[in-house]
Design a protein around this ligand. Structure first.
Ligand code: R5P
Length: 292
């Protein structure tokens, strides 16, 4: 084990030296296999190099939270506007039509709910994951949480082994323990831990100094939306994340809890793929909302 004395914070993130993507358009993927690159290409738009993933995996720990009472009514109609659908096997199987051709990022861990102590998770079975025809698999790591860090890291590592066996990319979802500071230092650490352990995509939270989080993570980074914000604030957050080098969003509540979810996902898409400024994206949202 490394000596834990005198651990120094990094201060040389090489922000003026972008990662080399000349061989394959996504960061960190040059040495991956054809199958994994092909799946990544289904998720990340070739022209922008970015993605708008729609997250609706909340139910396995939160139950029928607002906006997800009826996934067949709220999420299925949004599917065509997302670059990738991120959900659990139960909701995908029962409420997303199999004719759907959008790539799926399958939430591959499950466990304790909001009624007890969260994050004591296990993985789905290997055959079951593959049967769902996923373009990516996702599992959470709870970096810094003494009760669940080891278990979630073991889950994640095993999931990467499975993903590598089939060339299926694995997305690392960084959970934030209640005692953790939500800053670039923590998210940089958690994201780097995910990448070092074999993630092909890291999902984390936007924060001040996010350019360092992106820079020190060797694979594409997407942001979660977090709790529902006014539309302009969610669009600003997405814009700032993209400016800092994020490869897109994996957004849930800020889309499906919006008054006009289709308008919102299209506005987020304009920010992510076209770099549209937040005020302009808000106008787009308002006009699409007015059209109904
Ligand atoms: C975290 O474990 C899950 O992937 C969440 O469902 C995800 O972060 C939700 O997205 P949002 O925070 O945008 O609702």
């Amino acid at each position: 084990m490394a000596d834990l004395d005198d651990i120094r914070d990094g201060d040389n993130f090489g922000l003026n030296s972008p990662a080399d993507t000349s061989k394959f358009y996504l960061k960190g993927m040059n040495s991956m296999g054809w199958g994994l690159k092909n799946r990544m290409s289904r998720i990340f738009n070739r022209a922008s190099g970015r993605t708008v993933m729609l997250a609706f995996d909340h139910g396995f720990l939160m139950g029928p939270t607002s906006g997800l009472e009826r996934i067949d009514l709220s999420i299925a109609p949004l599917a065509e506007h997302a670059d990738c659908l991120m959900g659990c096997r139960g909701s995908i199987r029962t409420m997303i039509p199999p004719e759907n051709t959008q790539p799926v990022c399958l939430r591959a861990d499950t466990g304790t709910t909001i009624l007890t102590e969260m994050n004591h998770n296990v993985l789905l079975g290997e055959e079951e994951m593959v049967r769902m025809n996923p373009s990516a698999l996702a599992a959470m790591i709870a970096v810094g949480d003494a009760a669940t860090e080891a278990r979630t890291m073991a889950n994640f590592s095993r999931l990467v082994d499975i993903g590598n066996k089939y060339d299926i990319p694995v997305m690392c979802v960084t959970a934030v323990g209640k005692d953790m500071a939500r800053d670039a230092r923590y998210f940089g650490l958690a994201s780097r831990v995910g990448a070092e352990n074999g993630a092909s995509i890291v999902k984390t939270y936007y924060t001040e100094g996010f350019e360092n989080v992106v820079a020190c993570t060797s694979v594409p980074v997407v942001i979660a939306g977090g709790k529902k914000l006014p539309e302009i604030e969610a669009l600003e957050m997405a814009y700032r994340a993209i400016e800092c080098g994020a490869a897109g969003v994996d957004m849930g509540r800020n889309v499906f809890q919006s008054e006009a979810p289709v308008a919102m996902i299209k506005a987020v898409g304009a920010v992510v793929h076209e770099g549209m400024k937040p005020q302009e994206a808000l106008k787009l949202y308002e006009s699409l909302k007015a059209e109904g």
